[in-house]
Design a protein around this ligand. Sequence first.
Ligand SMILES: Cc1ncc(COP(=O)(O)O)c(C=O)c1O
Length: 453
Amino acid sequence: MLSNSIEARDIASQVHSYVDLAALEEAGPLVMTRGEGVYVIDNNGKRYLDGMAGLWSAALGFNEERLAAAAVRQFKRMPFYHNFFGRTPDVTVELAEKLQSITPESVKRVYFANSGSEANDLAIKLVWYYNNAIGRPEKKRIISRVGGYHGITVATASLTRIPVNQKGFDLPIDRVLFADCPHHYFFARSGESEEAFAGRLAEDLERMILEEGPETIAAFIAEPVMAAGGVIVPPATYFERIQAVLKKYDVLFLCDEVVCGFGRTGNPFGADTFGISPDMMSLAKALSASHAPISALMISEEIYQAIKRYSGQIGMFGHGSTYSGHPVSAAVALETLRIYEADRIPDHVRTIAPHFMMRLNAMASHSLVGEARGVGLLGAVELVADKAEKATFDPTLKVGPRANAIAQELGLILRARGDALTICPPLIISESEIDELFDKLWSALERLTSELH
Ligand SMILES: Cc1ncc(COP(=O)(O)O)c(C=O)c1O
């Protein structure tokens, strides 16, 4: 690294996310400068197929001109206004109505925020506010799941049951409980069907609620498909069984659609794919195709009416942040949703997903791949030391990160979660780009195989 290079300047100035900071100082960052469709290009001109759509998010790729134009138009017309004190930018109202027209029946009222974490953080606050509003001050605890990812604020990182997100940060806070991870491949008993596994998880959840006291359990939060936890597709009947338990004990369902929303699983929302009827639903990422920071929390009419009454008793709804419903982000999100419709992105996903799944499933024939799993345009391959025994690698070998690094050398960006490699390309990906993605992944695993020998 030359001392005046952008890499050296970065190391001297920025704190990065999700890295070993000392190791990064040695290795240096990867500096991205441009995007072209599903590709990103670094400052040395090297092209990468971004098989993760950035962070599960750049649904329309990396240079959508119509979104740039929408942002510029809004910047010129009204670059900022807020939603405090009964005011609002007009474009934010248009976006709210647009969301109302596409979200599930049970969640039609929207509050805008800036990130998935913030939307989920508000969900937690509203669970508490709502239960205070309806005279249930004891009913406050939230059940999340091992492997779930819901954000990085103090409260949402407490729901994020991934060790690095809690270790060292004095988390989780209290009021949080954890149900088991629904990963059939690793956690089902020998010979246990998906349905039997789902039934057992639902029984365990019911037992937990009864032991802890149903009068203390307010909500259950889940991603339809756990994303950062390694793309864990729920076993058949899982959400049906879980929802029956939640209903029985009057526990709200918070559906985290931050990754699954807007077509990722082959339907508008993960809730549609898995038959979930949420009480609250968080949206972010693909809401603006990641071209501008914005998120949304959709809530039920029943919750809205209760918090409306309660805000009157208190004097106001004491929540808000400067950029809630920011007009430029709202304009970009509105244009994103229009593009999804105009370009028939959901149809494209439905058409292309079988090819994606065919290539993904074919990865299971590789000697390192214990499981290939996915739905829609979301997938993962789990690397194992012994396929027959489902034996995992010694973690010190860092097999997943090594595979990920080799893929990057070959011009493919993925993400390692332990020894699983996750795949979540832009929704606009073509069949030939899917082929390129899996050809490169196969080559990366071949190279890793020879390194391991
Ligand atoms: C399912 C899920 N929820 C919430 C978040 C947090 O979103 P953000 O990074 O925008 O705060 C993420 C981020 O990856 C996510 O995957």
